[in-house]
Design a protein around this ligand. Structure first.
Ligand SMILES: NC(=O)c1ccc[n+]([C@@H]2O[C@H](COP(=O)([O-])OP(=O)(O)OC[C@H]3O[C@@H](n4cnc5c(N)ncnc54)[C@H](OP(=O)(O)O)[C@@H]3O)[C@@H](O)[C@H]2O)c1
Length: 324
């Protein structure tokens, strides 16, 4: 038996239960992976609430690192004892161990620890896709990143800075502002105290920015459009404050023939070779030291409800690791 989180019905953090589940031997093409570190991601809250619906009952959690404990027939790429990472698929990473189809698993990149990669894989690949595909940075742009002190935020800001951008970040508190300045932000706006659109206009001397990376969603959508220069791109990629709905496209013409995309990493990773390319780029930037992965919170699997309570109450910064 292994401990695993189960959700029987959508709702608040209280719907997550830690239960004991049996684990079978791996079938053909499968591996048994024992988790060392589980990465928390905000999407886990969307799965829990049903914002992103799943068949119930369901597990939760979309990424973890660990060790291969057994392999099924026909698995040639992995051996017992290999250090690996797994991301995506049906949410079930919040557990001590689980069976996975071998293609879901990737070897841990050389020189990168299990905690670091569990803290970095989804957030780092998202940052990479945003900066190389959604809005390929050339260097020299001034850009806006919301939730700059968050898990994705710290990675995205450091990476953008490394690529030559001037980064304006928005955060909820002064403490988060200090952290963001240490991780790639040239300017930080505390958006609970200042009007971020006015501040962006001031910082850019009225020009606005060519791109806003917005994972906050509903609360920032209109303000983000107001930060853009003509023909600018709002790269919306999350719903931390709720989803953006019911948009009248006319608003994009009024505000300067703007572009909007609702980016999801899955689109990029479905393209041939992109997973390998992204993991290589992420591993390289971490090894270079240009992007530091900050694990600012570690919890036990038994305390999973507290993880979600703290994240949803904006109490966390950087990456969160859950130990099985
Ligand atoms: N599209 C994709 O493929 C993709 C992939 C990965 C992540 N994401 C998205 O990227 C975002 C960041 O993910 P993460 O795991 O790194 O989380 P996170 O940024 O560490 O946490 C969310 C942050 O959003 C801010 N926020 C603003 N309004 C909020 C509200 N009403 N409730 C809660 N938080 C609010 C908070 O920062 P402040 O206190 O500074 O406001 C909070 O710390 C999420 O929206 C996630 O869904 C998207």
């Amino acid at each position: 038996m292994v401990k695993a989180v189960q959700v029987q019905s959508y709702g608040g953090p209280e719907v997550m239960e830690v239960v004991d589940l049996p684990v079978a031997e791996p079938g053909p093409g499968q591996v048994l992976m024992r988790n060392t570190a589980i990465g928390f991601n905000f999407i886990d809250t969307y799965h829990r609430t049903g914002l992103y619906p799943l068949p119930l009952p369901t597990g939760l959690g979309v990424e973890a690192t660990g060790i291969i404990e057994a392999v099924g027939d026909g698995v040639a790429d992995f051996a017992v004892g290999d250090k690996v990472a797994a991301m995506g698929g049906g949410p079930s990473a919040y557990c001590e161990a689980r069976l996975l189809d071998a293609p879901m698993v990737t070897k841990l990149p050389d020189g990168i620890g299990e905690r670091t990669f569990a803290a970095a894989m989804l957030k780092g690949l998202t940052s990479w896709a945003l900066l190389t595909q959604t809005f390929p940075l050339k260097g020299g742009e001034t850009i806006l990143v919301h939730a700059a002190a968050g898990g994705v935020g710290l990675i995205l800001c450091q990476w953008a800075k490394h690529l030559g951008a001037t980064v304006i970040g928005t955060v909820g508190t002064d403490e988060k502002a200090t952290l963001s300045k240490e991780h790639g932000c040239d300017h930080v706006i505390v958006y609970t105290k200042e009007n971020f659109t006015e501040r962006v206009r001031e910082i850019t001397e009225g020009r606005g920015v060519p791109v806003v990376f917005d994972s906050v969603g509903q609360a920032t959508f209109e303000g983000s459009l107001d930060c853009l220069q003509p023909l600018g791109l709002l790269a919306s990629f999350g719903n931390a404050s709720g989803p953006v709905t019911g948009v009248d496209l006319g608003i994009l013409s009024q505000k300067g023939s703007l572009f909007v995309t609702r980016m999801t990493l899955g689109t990029t990773l479905a393209m041939p070779g992109k997973m390998t390319e992204g993991v290589a780029a992420l591993a390289e930037i971490i090894r270079s030291g240009a992007v530091k992965i900050e694990i600012n919170h570690t919890y036990k699997l038994d305390d999973i409800q507290q993880v979600h309570i703290d994240a949803e109450n904006r109490k966390t910064t950087g990456s969160i690791i859950i130990e099985p």
